[in-house]
Design a protein. Structure first.
Length: 68
């Protein structure tokens, strides 16, 4: 099991679910892949010179999230 995924699940108080529902780890891995795709797209297709802009903001927008 990916230790970071387990740590994050523990922080969300759902770590115990990973033991009973191993597909949740796969779900987390798919979310990570989607975030990487958004980040790659933003860096590769941004207008002008390569920028290290608000990739995190683009990922949040992609998932419809807002700052806490």
């Amino acid at each position: 099991m990916n230790e970071l995924i387990k740590e994050l699940a523990d922080q969300a108080d759902i770590g115990w679910l990973l033991e009973y529902h191993p597909k949740l780890e796969k779900f987390a891995e798919l979310i990570v892949r989607e975030c990487a795709t958004v980040a790659d797209h933003w860096v590769m297709f941004d207008e002008g010179p390569l920028q290290y802009g608000p990739v995190g903001e683009k990922i949040k927008e992609h998932f419809g999230g807002k700052d806490e």
